[in-house]
Ligand binder design. Structure first.
Ligand code: MN
Length: 263
């Protein structure tokens, strides 16, 4: 790479997304994981979570200090050959000149902060965004399918960390770490005026959570039009989340068929 390459460290900010590879060998992840990650990209598009933007990553299955994320590409178009290995600072290992996502720091910092997290989905899914901008209406679990949201979803205010003239994007490790701090031990964080990020203990579960965060936001908006909703209690959220967690394959198999155009 050359001197025009920047943006991979600290406050360095770049509007180009070509970044020099870290000078270390990559470790091939299992083919099954890479293929599942490509499929996850397609499912998230088909289910209305991502469009031209948004991304999904998986923690590397042989190097837990690294993660896998597609090159800078619309999720629906991602193939296994587009998957790149990154370190937690957002440095690619094997980009080989391919452009990378500006907001890869979301992923690196969440994996660093949360050893239990195996997958991260960041999106701008449309029904969620309104809840990020209305303080008195936090996103809360409205039904048993979205108990993973916990009692109330935290909302990241980037103005507290980047001032009032930022582009609202997580374009460096410091902002990624601030988002991780807001997420804390939760499974989902809203990002004011931007979107949301969800995490999961598996790739399939993170995808499930991303889909149902959007569904919950739609349902909650509908319910609030009718009156004051009754939300799940913390206990109901916990127990229903544990129950649904064992049923994820059922949804995944269906979503896979639909993403592959077979339904
Ligand atoms: Mn974004």
């Amino acid at each position: 790479m050359n001197a025009s390459v920047s943006g991979q460290h600290g406050e360095g900010k770049s509007f180009t997304s070509m970044v020099a590879d870290k000078g270390e060998r990559g470790e091939p992840a299992s083919r099954a994981l890479v293929e599942e990650l490509a499929l996850a990209n397609h499912i998230l598009f088909r289910e209305g979570v991502v469009d031209g933007f948004g991304h999904v990553s998986a923690r590397h299955d042989k190097r837990p200090d690294r993660f896998l994320l597609a090159r800078n590409k619309a999720p629906a178009l991602v193939t296994p050959d587009d998957i790149i290995e990154f370190d937690f600072d957002g440095n690619p290992v094997n980009a080989n000149g391919r452009t990378v996502y500006l907001e890869r720091f979301i992923h690196g910092e969440l994996y660093r902060a949360r050893p239990d997290v195996m997958s991260v989905v960041h999106s701008h899914s449309p029904a969620v965004v309104p809840f990020s901008v209305v303080k008195k209406s936090p996103l809360r679990p409205i039904c048993h399918m979205s108990g993973f949201l916990g009692e109330e979803v935290p909302n990241f205010e980037i103005r507290d960390h980047a001032g009032d003239e930022s582009d609202l994007l997580i374009t460096n490790s410091r902002l990624g770490a601030a988002l991780a701090h807001t997420l804390g031990g939760c499974n989902c964080a809203l990002m004011r005026g931007h979107g949301s990020t969800v995490v999961g203990p598996t790739l399939k579960e993170a995808v499930y959570r991303a889909v149902y965060t959007e569904v919950n936001a739609r349902l909650q908006s509908e319910a609030m039009r009718l009156g004051e909703p009754t939300f799940l209690t913390a206990g109901e959220a916990r127990v229903s989340a544990a129950n649904i967690s064992s049923q994820i394959n059922r949804a995944w198999d269906f979503w896979r068929m639909r993403a592959e155009g077979k339904l």
